[in-house]
Ligand binder design. Structure first.
Ligand SMILES: [Cu+2]
Length: 181
């Protein structure tokens, strides 16, 4: 079969690009353990509301005084919708989804992560100045996607009251390990 020169150039070009893209993905997956969530902590998506980590959503402080936020995404809401957090304090967010992929984005900050059913995404963020941030879903998740928003209010540290200390069990046990749920 005779193939035109330009056709051949395009075929080899496309082949080379596909090889390059696949190799880049494979190399980062294998050598750098790149996975969609920020770390590999799993959760049974059908049991999120019964799981000790997410049974109570919102702000908690662990025995060491660190501030944690647990958020559940579902079509079409973030639980909880409103958060009040102290400025200038490292805050660890733990995020998961009940149904489909959502994206928890705190607008005007670099704090954002996909929430994926079956996984717990985690990151730590510090908000230097008091103020109000819009929280949106940045992954299209269905017909009510645009209604999936919330508010994060940052108040001066001295005006923030910490909620009751939560049992360390919920944070400090090895995720997915025996007794984690
Ligand atoms: Cu969405």
């Amino acid at each position: 079969m005779r193939i035109d020169l330009y056709e051949k150039i395009w075929m080899w070009g496309v082949g080379a690009m596909l090889t390059l893209f696949f190799a880049a993905t494979a190399v980062s997956a294998v050598t750098r353990s790149a996975h969609p969530p920020s770390h590999v902590e799993t959760i049974d998506p059908a049991q999120v509301m019964r799981d000790p980590r997410f049974r109570t959503q919102g702000v908690s402080v662990d025995a060491a005084g660190r501030v944690h936020v647990h958020v559940v995404g579902l079509a079409f809401a973030w639980l909880p919708r409103e958060l009040t957090l102290p400025a200038d304090t490292p805050i660890t967010f733990h995020l998961t989804a009940l149904d489909v992929v959502h994206g928890y984005q705190i607008v005007q900050t670099n704090a954002q992560a996909m929430t994926i059913p079956g996984y717990v995404s985690r990151y730590t963020a510090t908000f230097p100045t008091p103020g109000e941030h819009l929280v949106v879903c940045n992954e299209f998740c269905g017909t009510g996607h645009h209604t999936m928003y919330g508010t994060l209010t940052v108040v001066p540290k001295e005006r923030w009251t910490a909620p009751a200390v939560r049992t360390p069990a919920a944070h400090d046990r090895h995720p997915g390990g025996p007794g984690a749920r």
